[in-house]
Design a binder for this molecule. Structure first.
Ligand code: PLP
Length: 449
């Protein structure tokens, strides 16, 4: 006897079962109407009726190599045939190979890696390790941040999704963000918040710098508005950390592996963290995978001190094999170069759109990591949707997303910032198509002007 009716899984059958039995993330279930997806290839996915969508999100900004990359699929198949699973206590080929590759590809003296099932778990381990290495408790994190949905990672997270998880894990202290377009301190240049170090320094004076184990931040803020720091920001944060023996953790779960047109976002500014967190683009998410890669100094510390972390699926062979293949494909197919080249095309196209659409307040981006901030007025910079908008407040932005979707362009927004993050293998004609569709839907924002 089969467990469910042995019928043909049409799109409507998938949708019906999904509606009744699947709990979706961050949503009121009754309000959902997800598209039943039948397949994908490259920068495209499609539904059961053959309707195609240009994936200008790379799903959750993870599908850097696009949908169904054949070499990546083959590597997973090969690993599955060789060995699907062996416990984290054994030395295993794909795990060892990926760790060695990471030591070569990551900046500075980052060396040993611990592999997890995603970004949140890697952040959790980074914070715990930082506390053990320094013997201190407090962690400084920023407000406009997203570090994951597990208890500790949610406590590090600043964005409003944190509220539902409060009081959360103790010991997190917050700092403001380098949101130069809407400077949180309201200062003209040079601003102590937007330049990093002075703001951190002031917070540390009140918190006792000798009680702080680590500062964690996204070198380029992803989910919370695509914020790029000023030229000296990361360097000045690094200097303050060094002054007080505080470890610096870069969360590059979204920005890593070519997304910004460099292998890592921190490479733009030549600043090396003590702990680098990655996931998503590490293997395009074909199998759940995250990584914590630590400096040589911490690697040495680990030789004589216990690492208090572990999971059944830490360093999963299938995930690691997909990571190995993914990093090799990136090199063979010049994926980072493509991200840079197509990113320049996207940036130039967006600049042209800004001449025609007054609702474009600011365009921020490098590589294929772009945010377009929509406003009701360029002078006052009143946002098209306020911070944490929902319901009627969010409607003006939601209408744009829907109109784009109706025209076959999949994109999303955070509050009033459109997120443009296509696969890094995207082609010129696809960039142009997306720009065309944006040109068609942006009048919906302009009309609020
Ligand atoms: N850190 C950053 C910067 C992220 O963008 C995300 C997810 O979007 C995470 C951490 C959490 O990663 P995961 O969902 O794999 O746990």
């Amino acid at each position: 006897m089969t467990i469910v009716d042995d019928e043909v899984w049409t799109g409507s059958r998938v949708k019906a079962a999904d509606k009744e039995f699947v709990i979706h993330s961050w949503s009121t279930q009754g309000a959902l109407n997800p598209i039943p997806v039948a397949g994908g290839l490259g920068s495209w996915f499609w539904d059961y009726d053959g309707r195609k969508y240009l994936d200008f999100q790379s799903q959750l900004v993870n599908l850097n190599l696009g949908h169904q990359h054949p070499r990546l699929i083959e590597a997973i198949r090969e690993q599955a045939a060789e060995m699907c699973y062996i416990g984290p206590g054994f030395a295993q080929r794909s795990r060892a190979e990926l760790a060695e590759m990471m030591a070569h590809l990551t900046p500075g003296d980052l060396k040993m890696s611990f592999f997890t099932t995603g970004g949140a778990a890697a952040n959790e381990n980074a914070v715990r390790l930082a506390r053990h290495v320094t013997g201190r408790q407090k962690i400084v994190a920023r407000y406009r941040s997203y570090h994951g949905a597990t208890a500790g990672a949610m406590s590090l997270t600043g964005d409003p999704r944190r509220w539902a998880a409060e009081p959360g894990v103790s010991g997190v202290v917050r700092m403001l963000d380098p949101y130069t377009y809407r400077c949180p301190a309201g200062h003209p240049d040079p601003c102590p918040v937007c330049s990093g170090g002075p703001h951190l320094e002031e917070i540390l004076q009140y918190e006792n710098p000798r009680s702080v184990a680590a500062v964690i931040l996204e070198p380029v803020t992803g989910t919370n508005g695509l914020l790029y720091p000023s030229e000296g920001y990361l360097k000045s944060i690094r200097e303050v950390c060094d002054r007080y023996g505080i470890l610096l953790i870069f969360d590059e779960v979204m920005s890593g592996f070519g997304r910004t047109g460099e292998m890592f976002a921190c490479d733009h500014w030549g600043v090396v963290p003590d702990i680098l967190i990655t996931a998503k683009g590490l293997n395009s998410g074909y199998v759940p995978l995250g990584a914590m890669t630590v400096s040589t100094r911490i690697s040495e510390w680990l030789q004589d001190n216990k690492f208090w972390g572990g999971m059944t699926y830490a360093g999963h062979p299938l995930a690691c094999a997909s990571g190995v293949a993914s990093l090799q494909i990136m090199q063979d197919e010049n994926v980072v170069d493509n991200a840079r080249i197509q990113g320049e095309r996207l940036g130039a196209g967006l600049a042209r759109l800004a001449e025609r659409h007054p609702s474009i307040g600011e365009i921020r981006g490098r590589g294929l990591f772009y945010g377009v901030e929509l406003v009701k007025d360029r002078q006052t910079r009143e946002p098209l949707a306020p911070f944490n908008a929902s319901g009627a407040d969010a409607a003006p932005v939601n209408r744009i997303i829907k109109a784009a979707m109706d025209r076959g362009l999949y994109l999303t927004a955070n509050f009033n910032v459109l997120r443009l993050t296509p696969p890094l293998v995207i082609e010129e004609a696809e960039i142009d198509l997306a720009l065309d569709i944006l040109d068609n839907v942006l009048p919906l924002a302009d009309e609020h002007y």
